[in-house]
Structure formats: C-alpha cells, structure tokens
Design a protein around this ligand. Structure first.
Ligand code: UDP
Ligand code: MG
Length: 317
C-alpha cells in the first residue's frame, strides 16, 4: 500500500464527507493505493455515524472510536499503530489542511529520501492571538530541538516514512513535537513543505490559549528527557555538588569569623545574625535534596523497560 492517511478528529461531523471526497479524488487521480484511518477521539456529535456511512461506501476507510476524549496525541498514536502504508500522512479533520498536498509530500518521502516532511502554513488563516505566540513557540522549539529548518512544528499536515511512525511514541500533548521525537529516534532527514492553509469552515478550534503554556512545559520535559532521561544523576548531581560547594564555603566563612571573634574580643560575631550561617544551612539542605532526587531517578531508570532499548537501523550477520 502506498499511503495511509491518519485523521484524528473530535466533533468534526460537518467536515468529514467533504474531506473524504477530496482525499478520494486526489488518491484516484494519482493512482495511489491507500487507506484512510479516522480516529474518533470520543466525539459527542454524530462524527462516528458519519464515518460509518462513509466506510460503507469506500472499503479503504477504517476507523477507531475512543470511548472518551483522550486528546490528539493518543489519537495519532493509535492510528500510527495500525497504519500499513509505505508513507503515512497525518491531516486535521477540519478542512484547514488541503489533501492536494499529498502527492508532493509522498514524492518528497519516496524520491528525495526524507524521513519526515512537515507542512508549513506560511500564510495562516488564524486569529493574531494564535499566530504571534505560535511564532515565538516555534523559535523556541527550533532552538531546543536543534531542528533549525522547521518553521511550523505543530502543523497537522505531515508525511512520514512508515518506520518513523512505528518507532516513535506520541503521548500526552507531544504531537506538537513529533519532529523532535523523530530526531531523537534517529530519523534526522526532516524537511518542510509550504502548504496552503484555510480558515476553519465548520466548528471551532479544540485548543485554547493554554496550548502555549502546556506547549512550553512539554518542550522542557522533552528536552530534559532527551538529555538526562537515562542518567538523571548527571544533572541532579551537578546541582547538588554546586550547592554543597556553596554550603561548604559558607560554613568555612562562619568558622573563620567565629575564630577571629574568639581571638579578638573587639570583634563581635553572632552566629544566628550571620547571613553565611543561613546560607550554609539552605545550601546544604538543597544540595542533599538534589542528590536524593538524582539517586531516586537512577533507581527508577534501573527498573524502566526503556533503559536499554535502542533503535537499530541495520545489521550484518
Ligand atoms: N482533535 C482531536 N482531539 C482533541 C482535539 C482536537 O482529535 O482533543 C483534532 C481535531 O478534531 C482536528 C485536529 O485535532 O482534526 C486539530 O484540532 P484543531 O483544528 O482544533 O486545532 P487548530 O487547527 O486550532 O490548531
Ligand atoms: Mg484546525
């Protein structure tokens, strides 16, 4: 099979027939063998019955229905598990992404050798309250992930080589960072294609402004996991050592001041009035906490199923 289109959706019943028709047309015009996997993320409207109807007419349509709303990332992840096409395309269900981009995305993966091609909505039809934070967010994501050529990490329209989607785990809200996840798994040929973007025709956006707060928090988590995921002591031990050093210097200062005040009755030194005394206490306690956190982290890693899983791309036997 050439192409799997994975479409996560939550309450998008009005868009589905039009979207399906459009994809079918593109696939037939280009002679692709394909499947469409709708993942209904617990819709409360009649999205799933619409999908049922569409699937009756076209045997290439498959669907999964979640029992409740889990989120876009779980929906993508579940679609990825059953995707069978050589190239997997993800696309939002709201008609903001154009299926006309599919043939070129397919070509970039199969002929130009990209592992992942992300859409870039250069001209967006979203409100300013969304486009400006998005710019900032993408700049940070580029810096942190080291994927310097992507303008639009969170574009719903993306194409992947099959191996990529089978080897990454999209969970929580991590769909925003799929290129970063792919890069961490060793799929580093990541490209971009300018795509047309349209204003939402039906329904409304499913993400509020909290997307930016959560987006930044997730980026921090991902960065931390990438760098110290299997060696937490390297970071906590460093902070702990710095704290202990500060504490040690402060204690030393306190001792010296005390000795000076004993030898020299003119010089008054009150332990509990000294800033160094409190500094030494605080620094020592914090240092200890950093070390304990590091040790606990190491114990957790020791028991983690992931601690020794490496993705092997080739073998000669
Ligand atoms: N979506 C989903 N589960 C959710 C929220 C959204 O499957 O909990 C789907 C939604 O139906 C759409 C896609 O994810 O197909 C992108 O959502 P939306 O268009 O609301 O995001 P935006 O375009 O505003 O970034
Ligand atoms: Mg949308």
């Amino acid at each position: 099979m050439d192409i799997t289109v994975v479409i996560p959706l939550y309450n998008e019943s009005e868009s589905l027939p039009e979207l399906t028709q459009w994809i079918e047309r593109v696939m037939e015009e280009n002679d692709f063998s394909y499947e469409i996997i709708f993942v209904d993320d617990g819709s409360t409207d009649d999205s799933y019955s619409v999908i049922r109807r569409l699937a009756k007419k076209n045997p290439n349509i498959k669907a999964i229905q979640f029992s409740r709303n889990y989120g876009k990332s779980p929906a993508l992840h579940t679609g990825f598990r059953i995707a069978g096409g050589d190239v997997v395309i993800t696309m939002d269900a709201d008609l903001q992404d154009s299926p006309d981009e599919i043939p070129e995305l397919y070509r970039m993966i199969t002929e130009e050798g990209y592992d992942l091609v992300s859409g870039w909505k250069k001209k967006r039809y979203d409100p300013l309250s969304k486009t400006i934070p998005t710019k900032l967010f993408n700049a940070t994501a580029r810096k942190v992930s080291g994927i310097k050529n992507l303008h639009d990490f969170n574009c719903g329209l993306k194409a992947y080589r099959k191996a990529v989607v089978k080897n990454i785990e999209v969970y929580g809200d991590m769909h925003r960072y799929i290129p970063y996840l792919a890069k961490n798994a060793g799929f580093s040929k990541i490209g971009e294609k300018e795509v047309r973007h349209q204003a939402r025709k039906y329904g409304h956006t499913k993400f509020g402004l909290d997307r930016f707060v959560n987006g930044y928090l997730d980026l921090g988590t991902l960065w931390f996991q990438t760098k110290f995921g299997v060696k937490p002591m390297h970071i906590f031990g460093l902070f702990g050592s710095i704290m202990f050093l500060i504490g040690f210097l402060a204690v030393l200062t306190v001792i010296i001041l005390k000795i000076v005040s004993i030898c020299n009755p003119e010089f008054h030194f009150y332990l509990t009035k000294s800033v160094y005394f409190y500094l030494s206490l605080a620094a020592m306690i914090m240092g200890l906490q950093f070390f304990l956190t590091g040790f606990v982290g190491e114990l957790i890693i020791r028991n983690s199923a992931e601690r020794n899983s490496y993705l092997i791309s080739d073998k000669i036997e």
